[in-house]
Ligand binder design. Structure first.
Ligand SMILES: *Cc1c(COP(=O)(O)O)cnc(C)c1O
Length: 394
């Protein structure tokens, strides 16, 4: 039944994705159902978005209630959901100000603009440089692509933003080697996601923070994938005790509605963007902000962080067992519910295809990593069930 939909979709949609041959219809909790009614256990969460699981009743009610009231009014006015969502982001992060965007990519764009404007305010010059990491991923717009350390993604679109220098993740000396008097920001993911699930070491993150403070460089931490509770901390940097000057969020912050944010510490909030410097028509409209606001409430009510720490430990242990058991699994990386298994000698795409046939939704990262970013509400039983389906797929 699904094949006519696939054919029609392929006839009308620009072919920028090699999609898996499945047509999803609806979801319930940690399960997805395709148009043929087949059930799938979901360990992808729509790329680390659906933290609360599918069709969460309190969440969908909040959205429906807001639709009946007001979905959009622009940033020329105040709304209560905007105020509430902003307050909750500020409280959860301990940071100072938030700007809501429509995507992660736009949050990155905003963060880069904040850093450039901050440096401009300091020295009046417009020649500032940004240090980014090899194997990073920050998005596909020209600005975000400029700081994405992936030659394959960048090549056709050059010239990109000038003044971006690349260093190696978890190699402090390589970052220091790229610092000049023009450097205005260092941008990195607290845990590299698309690049293959590489958590920053504590030494590296603290070292970069100290370097940034010493040279009055802004530290941008991209928490788009690893944030919002995925590590058992609301934001992954909180475990390290390294607060960035600018944080970017998206993915799970809205649990399924298109919303992102860049969040500024006191210094960046005070010394950068002013009225007229940045804007968005949709960004932070009452509909998406009602979602953000409800997401923060539900994380608290359902003790999501404690749950992730507990079940994440279980997932870690079980994945470690797999690495022991299978020769072709090289290592496990990650924390909590953002985990990767590095595979050698066989294509990960094939394993993911078999998993799909066996009713398990998995994703890849890099070119040889199986990625596990399930809804944060999975239980130990779901982990066991996943492992059964996964091993069948090997
Ligand atoms: C997904 C992602 C982005 C881009 O977010 P979009 O919402 O797809 O624009 C940026 N950074 C990281 C770390 C991501 O995982």
């Amino acid at each position: 039944m699904s094949s006519p939909y696939i054919e029609k979709a392929e006839a009308a949609i620009l072919h920028t994705y090699n999609r898996y041959p499945v047509v999803f219809d609806h979801g319930e909790g940690v399960h997805l159902y395709d148009v043929d009614g087949k059930e799938y256990l979901d360990f992808g969460a729509g790329i680390a978005v659906q933290s609360l699981g599918y069709n969460h009743k309190a969440y969908t009610k909040a959205l429906k209630d807001q639709i009946d009231k007001l979905t959009h009014i622009s940033n020329l006015y105040y709304t209560v959901p905007m105020m509430e969502a902003a307050e909750k982001v500020v409280k959860a992060s301990g940071m100072s100000r938030v700007f809501f965007t429509n995507s992660g990519t736009e949050a990155i764009e905003g963060a880069l603009k904040v850093a450039k404007k901050y440096a401009y305010e300091q020295d009046g010059k417009a020649d500032h440089e940004i240090i980014a990491m090899n194997h990073s991923f920050h998005g596909r717009s020209l600005g975000a692509l400029s700081v994405t350390g992936n030659e394959h993604y960048q090549a056709p679109f050059k010239p990109l933003l000038p003044g971006v220098r690349f260093a190696d993740f978890n190699d402090l000396e390589s970052v220091k080697a790229q610092v000049t008097e023009k450097t205005c920001a260092v941008i990195l993911e607290t845990i590299q996601g698309e690049g293959g699930i590489y958590p920053a070491t504590e030494e590296f993150l603290k070292g970069v923070k100290a370097l940034c403070e010493e040279r009055d460089i802004l530290l941008i931490l991209d928490e788009i994938q690893c944030g919002m509770g995925r590590t058992g901390y609301m934001f992954a940097w909180q475990e390290y005790g390294v607060m960035p000057d600018i944080m970017t969020c998206a993915k799970a912050i809205g649990c399924g509605v298109p919303v992102g944010a860049f969040v500024l510490g006191e210094k960046a909030a005070r010394g950068s963007l002013k009225p007229g410097d940045h804007g968005t028509t949709y960004g932070g409209n009452p509909f998406v902000c009602a979602a953000v606001s409800k997401v923060f409430d539900l994380y608290e009510e359902e003790h999501i962080l404690e749950h992730v720490l507990r079940v994440g430990d279980y997932l870690t242990g079980r994945l470690n067992e797999l690495v022991q058991k299978y020769e072709f699994l090289k290592e496990r990386r990650g924390k909590g519910m953002i985990q990767g298994l590095e595979v050698t000698g066989r294509p990960v795409g094939e394993i993911v295809n078999h998993a799909l046939e066996n009713g398990l939704v998995l994703m890849t990262a890099g070119n040889n990593v199986l990625r596990f970013v399930p809804p944060l509400v999975i239980t130990e039983e779901d982990v066991d069930c996943m492992l059964e389906k996964l091993q069948k797929s090997f």
